[in-house]
Write a protein that binds this ligand. Structure first.
Ligand code: SF4
Length: 268
């Protein structure tokens, strides 16, 4: 057994990288750790950004749309290779590859540091994001900031935050399969440029899309998955947390799992 695997097991984290289709359940050593006071504080009372309603308890929730086609293949056909981060952002701003270009105010590429080790991926821009062109603003953004701060992460320097879709679906409806398929090229290109060491998906939709799984968010949480060689931890969307503040402890456990995964990986 390698030194890295020994360390992982000693920490109670193993197995870390889960092959698709194999059910490894993370034995959480953090489950008894309470969420910090910052997360226990009262939440901002405002309209949340778009997020598909997510059941907390495991159940066979099925993605209502066909999962997207292979993102890497689309990336190749669109010939985004060789673009810098700012060139890719400009390409997204010009995009008219799906119907959402007709209703958006502006595209929302993402925010944070392109050098960040952490990549957070949500579902789609909401009303505030569409108006401001920034990812995760408004009440859900404030809550995400609090979560990051509690985990010792600075939003501007330690993380990059984006969404599956770069344009807002009208009235925050669920993304449609052809929209996700059209937009996947940009997320794939972002990930290729960012080279994150860890991905945290926020909510059912982002988790199911990245993992190409129909499992419920309850089934996907609490494990470390693999996204093209990058460890991925599924968590809940901040907009869902605004409506269900009792789930804050669950998100805190997800963040602890993510932090321990990153720490273990860097001890190789
Ligand atoms: S959602 Fe994505 S694919 Fe659709 S127009 Fe916006 S950037 Fe283009």
């Amino acid at each position: 057994m390698s030194r890295r695997l020994s360390l992982v097991e000693a920490m109670g984290l193993g197995p870390l990288w889960q092959r698709r289709g194999v059910e490894y359940v993370y034995a959480s050593t953090a489950a008894t750790e309470a969420a910090p006071a910052l997360l226990a504080d009262s939440l901002p009372a405002s309209t949340p950004a778009t997020a598909t309603p997510q059941p907390a308890a495991p159940q066979n929730t099925i993605l209502p749309t066909t999962l997207p086609v292979n993102a890497v293949a689309l990336h190749d056909t669109k010939n985004l290779q060789g673009l810098s981060f700012s060139e890719l952002k400009a390409e997204v701003a010009r995009c008219q590859d799906c119907r959402l270009s007709n209703t958006r105010n502006q595209t929302v590429f993402g925010s944070g540091s392109p050098q960040a080790r952490w990549l957070f991926i949500g579902e789609a821009p909401g009303e505030n994001e569409d108006l401001q062109g920034e990812a995760f603003v408004g009440a859900a953004g404030i809550l995400l900031n609090n979560i990051l701060q509690a985990a010792g992460l600075d939003r501007e320097h330690d993380v990059y935050i984006t969404n599956i879709l770069k344009c807002r679906p009208p009235v925050n409806r669920n993304p449609q399969a052809d929209e996700v398929a059209a937009c996947q090229v940009y997320l794939a290109a972002q990930i290729a440029l960012l080279k994150p060491e860890l991905i945290v998906t926020l909510g059912r939709f982002a988790s199911q899309t990245l993992l190409q799984s129909k499992a419920s968010i309850g089934q996907l949480r609490g494990q470390v998955h693999d996204y093209q060689g990058i460890p991925l931890v599924a968590s809940l969307h901040p907009a869902y947390l605004l409506r269900n503040p009792q789930e804050k402890a669950a998100v805190w456990r997800d963040l602890l799992l993510a932090k321990k995964t990153l720490q273990a990986a860097n001890k190789d």
